[in-house]
Design a protein around this ligand. Structure first.
Ligand SMILES: NC(=O)c1ccc[n+]([C@@H]2O[C@H](COP(=O)([O-])OP(=O)(O)OC[C@H]3O[C@@H](n4cnc5c(N)ncnc54)[C@H](OP(=O)(O)O)[C@@H]3O)[C@@H](O)[C@H]2O)c1
Length: 243
């Protein structure tokens, strides 16, 4: 199946990591769909992708952070674009550094878990059925190393949310060992930023996008956690679709 016959839903596609993935997929000839809660972010995404690819980008306003919202978005998406062949789940947020746990409220923890973990679950529940039985399909979770350690003082809730997303991806791999689609996780152990905001320890969202689009395109592996620790790892992924 060629990329022009595939429709990739990028959840979080209007975000930092997601927008790099969307751009790269479009440049490879995929059709791409993006759901965002914010129409303005979708407009910004449209102006970010190359003009020549714009007609292959399909956008939808929706909130996948509840079971009802995600199901509503799934129904609207299928009505708008037809068959979805692939999903990349890049939900969450770039950074949280609200302070150590004793300074935080339960409400703030709930908000962080909603954004990083619960939306990953509600979106998966609504969109996994669209691709799971497709031998040419893929479902890819984007996670980060923040789930394995405290990145710096005051980032504890980020660790809790990111750890939940890591664990959820593991649970799905182990609960569905025989699923037909390729089911993978790219764990990025580096900061990701746009080229103009790169700093030490950060990689460009464009490189990450090329790595993810290659993983989706080549479908080399399944039930695998691909750990990107360096730009060399991203280059290997771009070339080979695996590590
Ligand atoms: N940035 C990094 O340095 C980095 C490094 C390693 C791993 N990661 C991982 O990459 C993922 C994405 O991070 P990011 O930096 O791209 O964050 P981001 O720029 O904040 O983007 C996250 C996206 O998630 C979407 N989202 C969250 N909840 C949603 C909901 N209920 N319904 C619809 N969309 C929802 C947001 O959509 P809206 O448009 O609706 O706001 C936003 O576009 C995270 O899981 C993070 O752990 C990031």
């Amino acid at each position: 199946m060629s990329s022009s016959q595939r429709m990739v839903l990028v959840l979080g596609g209007a975000g930092t990591v997601g927008s790099g993935i969307v751009k790269s997929l479009l440049e490879k000839g995929f059709h791409v769909a993006v759901i965002s809660r914010d129409k303005a972010r979708l407009e910004k995404l449209k102006s970010f992708v190359p003009a020549s690819c714009k007609e292959k980008l399909h956008t939808l306003v929706g909130d996948v952070g509840s079971e009802e919202g995600a199901q509503e978005a799934a129904t609207a998406l299928v009505n708008q674009v037809g068959k979805v062949t692939d999903v990349v789940s890049s939900l969450g947020f770039s950074w949280w550094q609200g302070g150590p746990p004793h300074t935080q409220s339960l409400q703030e923890l709930q908000r962080v878990l909603d954004t990083l973990l619960l939306s990953t679950f509600t979106a998966w529940k609504a969109f996994f059925p669209l691709v799971k039985d497709n031998p040419n399909g893929t479902y890819t979770f984007i996670t980060g190393g923040a789930g394995e350690r405290l990145l710096m003082p005051g980032t504890g809730f980020l660790t809790l949310g990111a750890a939940g997303a890591l664990a959820f991806s593991q649970v799905v791999r182990e609960e569905y060992p025989d699923v037909t689609c390729k089911l993978n996780e790219l764990k990025i152990n580096m900061g990701v930023a746009t080229p103009e905001r790169l700093g030490p320890g950060y990689v460009s969202h464009l490189e990450v996008g090329d790595a993810v689009s290659s993983l989706v395109e080549k479908r080399q592996v399944s039930h695998t956690v691909l750990c990107a620790n360096s730009t060399a790892d991203l280059k290997t992924l771009i070339l080979e679709g695996k590590l």
